[in-house]
Design a protein around this ligand. Sequence first.
Ligand SMILES: N[C@@H](CCC(=O)N[C@@H](CS)C(=O)NCC(=O)O)C(=O)O
Length: 332
Amino acid sequence: MAAHNDIVLFHYQFSPYGKRITWYLTLRGIEYAQCLQPIYLPREDINGLGVKYRRIPIMSIGRDVYCDTRLILRKLEEKFPNGALGASQPDQKAIEKLLESWTIDGGIFMRAAQTIPPDMPLMKDPKFTKDREDYMGRSWSQESVRDMLPEGLTHIRDGFEFLENGLLADGREWILNTAKPSLADIEAIWPFHWVLQLKSIPPTLVSREKYPKVYAWIDRFDKAIKTAERSMPKPTTLKGADAVSYVAQAEFSEPEGEVDSNDPLGLKKGQDVESWPVDSGFKHHDRGRLVSLTAKEVVLAAQSKIGGKEIRIHHPRWNFRTRAVSGEGAKL
Ligand SMILES: N[C@@H](CCC(=O)N[C@@H](CS)C(=O)NCC(=O)O)C(=O)O
């Protein structure tokens, strides 16, 4: 059983964040294996890896596990530089980064999630809504969901407006006026693509007639993905136990790295630390020995459940908190 390029992506099909990575891999023609996950916790395979981070997707390359799509995309760009999708001009890089920030931190994804139709069967499944309360820290009761819908719709319409009359206004095919979709297109498109699939927005607010350029861009993007899909093999799908033992037996895919002694956190290599996201999924903390700390990422060594093999968990620094674990109960 092989994972091409040593990559295993843990995700589920309904995940718009997951799409950021599957689209990227597809557009690049980078072959990979996937391990499909349930839509809510528990996720036994991820537990088996020794990873407490709860969000989807995560991606392993060898025995290194990367959390958060921003870090995953950066690693893929670095590991496969030939034909990278990211901009090279500083001003274009800045637009790409601002789009990432707009969709992830600027609230577009959160507003898109508020447009999930309250009548969808999943929204009536208490296991799902309770799980999402743990993930987002807000109520997902039918009442709150209905209350938030109008606000979600208003914000998403604003996003369509911004794209139609801003970045796509001059009739360009792709956000950075490239010949093919680039990383900037992925950074911008994913929540809008998702809401159109959810079919949650009334046509009186958002329609092909009102936002023809955005719709045409999304159609073009889908076509580019379909074409790319046809020119590469489908990802290998690994069963959970196989994926976990594959990762636990693999080699590390990158050198250990150093702890920056000038880092404001003042942590030391080898110290026991915990690290977790502060924007969502914040109750789930990874713990381990500090392996590396740079401006861009923190790496912890934690034990998988396969023969106690050590894996390295990578978190980005942005919107993550890392601190020393000390005192009673600190033993890992
Ligand atoms: N900033 C994270 C956010 C990831 C995220 O929130 N993913 C959603 C899925 S689309 C999630 O984990 N939802 C809760 C869950 O599936 O457990 C990233 O870029 O990867």
